[in-house]
Ligand binder design. Sequence first.
Ligand SMILES: *Cc1c(COP(=O)(O)O)cnc(C)c1O
Length: 455
Amino acid sequence: MKYISTRGQCDETTFTEAVATGLAPDGGLYLPKTLPDISGKLASWRGLSYPDLCFEFLKLFATDMLEDKLRAIVKDSYKKFSRKEVAPLSKLDDHLQVLELFHGPTLAFKDFALQLLGNLYEEQISRTGDAINVLGATSGDTGSAAIHGLLGKKGVRIFILYPQGRVSMLQERQMTTTAARNVYPIAIEGTFDDAQAMVKDAFGDAPLKAKYNLSAINSINLARILAQCVYYVWAYNQIDDAARERGVNFIVPTGNFGNVMAGWMASKMGLPVDGFRVATNQNDILCRLFNTGLYEISDVEPSVAPSMDIQVASNFERFLYYNVGQDHAKVREVMAEFKSKGKYQFDDFDRDTFSASRMDDGEINTTIEHVFAKYKYVADPHTACAFKDLDESKTNIVLGTAHPAKFPEVIEKALGRTPTAPSLEAIKHEPIVNYLLPAEGEALAEFLKEHAKGS
Ligand SMILES: *Cc1c(COP(=O)(O)O)cnc(C)c1O
């Protein structure tokens, strides 16, 4: 299997290269050159455990890795999940199930991809001998999932910048109480934008980037998308025949379009899905896109579902590539116009498969109440966005993207009770170990000089 860039201006590459590189050298995103057809395999995959299914699926893509190595990596990646099913389904009624993707180490769906990516990095380093330093800024979930994916991995150090006093208490503790010696959580005296600007500057400093072999954590790595395809196949295989025969819709709380993109790719490989719902919060660039064809940037308004507070969806370019008939020149044209004007109007679009909805904070709050009143189910504020305008003639599978205990204040306000999770209780009293830096590029460069692993 070969991998190409959406922009078509760099060479085809292998799975391991595409994963190691992240962003393609021409600025595009990697995709498989052709998609395998999995429709004939679904039935035979039905009895497999989650890690076994993941191995069978990834084997189709990681064709330049030894199978035994891949099998071991996959097995290790899902062993820190607290439920034996890894991704259990919770049935609310005949038409509605929640696929719970929040039983990993940081209680959000990003663990599915980042636990795997951490192991793939470690394998790459053991092969090449080149140490890497992972650098990123976070406003919460991605940083903690990346830290937990990389902690203790040989040859990797991870530096995560976050705005001091502006991430939740639990998110900060997930990042700062790991006691792992290769993890450097850095509180910045500034905002998330300051932290992000510092990271951007460091990557823009070519000598610095080369000297420390700096690598980004972001949602565009190919391995993240492929790891996320697996739980769509898993969910489809777990439900009963009657539920499958009704036709399956996946409802996906969406920010950067990574999660729903993975599901849609699985359907392009032959997973029989009737529809995908893109469920956004008040930062609704994607909801507007699917409803009007206009893709237009706007300011981020902080919401109670902060992991979906995005301005542009970094994975959108992959979807675009397929939607313009795999025409690289057209992808470049659309992305260039979007970059210069801040918007693009599409005239035709895959509206049969996709629908979209949005929820503001007030609706999220009342939805958490209604879902609890009707099903005795506690939905976190991200997952809550999915419970809107569902087609009751179908089997609706809502992707549960975070554990409600990660957002105790929001749940407390809606339900008058505070959800808990053992892994969060355990860290509440652990001491915070972090570093404090002013919001200045030089301070970060100095810090890296002192702590990054030289190559
Ligand atoms: C990241 C995240 C999302 C959004 O996922 P995308 O892949 O960016 O669309 C939704 N919910 C939670 C809890 C998240 O952490």
